[in-house]
Design a protein around this ligand. Structure first.
Ligand SMILES: NC(=O)c1ccc[n+]([C@@H]2O[C@H](COP(=O)([O-])OP(=O)(O)OC[C@H]3O[C@@H](n4cnc5c(N)ncnc54)[C@H](OP(=O)(O)O)[C@@H]3O)[C@@H](O)[C@H]2O)c1
Length: 214
């Protein structure tokens, strides 16, 4: 399939690499199409992977992955909303505020979440929140000796959730749990803070959550 990757950071690049290996065609969206970080893209055929503006990328895909910094999200989405109309949008963002001396905090929570705000802005798209509780390095083919990691997803449209579940299976997830509507992003986004806290305390960034059930 043709995939819009809206964002050229670690997440956008990790998912782009994983998806092209699986045979998908990808366009990464960025403000800077000559970004140094993206030079590896040129090693692949242009029809497999390319780099474009946010609008070009959003227009390219049959579905999209949103992976921009939270403070940029609203502006970017307002611009590309028409190109994403009717499409499934996988929202990987976390609404993080970074502080100099303290761990990051959530910019929104309790009464509203980033996932809901993205869905409100992209009112003609089907937004599914997932993959926000794992390091970009483990988003594709997550392998752990201790067992299977869990990935939660939430969103309002059930066929969009079925579609995203299939994409997650393709990139190597086995334990995928649908936790309800997009409002459940209020639970998934704080989970990212717990993931960060565990990383700080244990000095690791490869960890993942799993759910055990007897
Ligand atoms: N890193 C992880 O392991 C991880 C894991 C889970 C979730 N997340 C979430 O996923 C999202 C992406 O994270 P990331 O680590 O890949 O990269 P990031 O540094 O959070 O975001 C990079 C992207 O944001 C864009 N951006 C930054 N400021 C902008 C602005 N003012 N206007 C327009 N675009 C702007 C960058 O544009 P350019 O392309 O022009 O540089 C780039 O495309 C974030 O919301 C993050 O919280 C990250």
């Amino acid at each position: 399939m043709k995939v819009s990757i809206i964002g050229s950071g670690d997440v956008g690049q990790a998912l782009a690499r994983g998806l092209i290996e699986l045979g998908h065609n990808v366009m990464i969206g960025t403000r800077d199409v000559n970004k140094k970080d993206l030079h590896w893209v040129k090693k692949h055929p242009k029809e497999k992977i390319s780099v474009g503006s946010y609008t070009e990328s959003a227009d390219f895909g049959e579905f999209a992955i949103l992976a921009v910094a939270w403070n940029a999200s609203d502006n970017v989405l307002t611009v590309i909303k028409p190109e994403l109309s009717g499409k499934v949008v996988i929202d990987v963002t976390n609404p993080l505020i970074f502080n100099d001396d303290k761990p990051p905090e959530l910019a929104v929570g309790h009464n509203i979440s980033a996932g809901e705000m993205v869905q409100q802005t992209l009112s003609d798209s089907h937004v599914i929140k997932t993959l926000n509780i794992i390091n970009h390095k483990n988003m594709v083919n997550p392998k752990y000796k201790q067992g299977k990691p869990v990935m939660f997803l939430c969103g309002n449209n059930s066929s969009a959730k079925t579609f995203v579940k299939q994409i997650l299976i393709e990139i190597g997830w086995e334990d995928i749990q649908d936790i309800g509507g997009i409002k459940k992003s209020r639970l998934l986004e704080p989970l990212c803070l717990l993931w960060i806290e565990y990383g700080v305390v244990n000095d690791t960034w490869n960890h993942s959550f799993s759910v055990l059930n007897s």
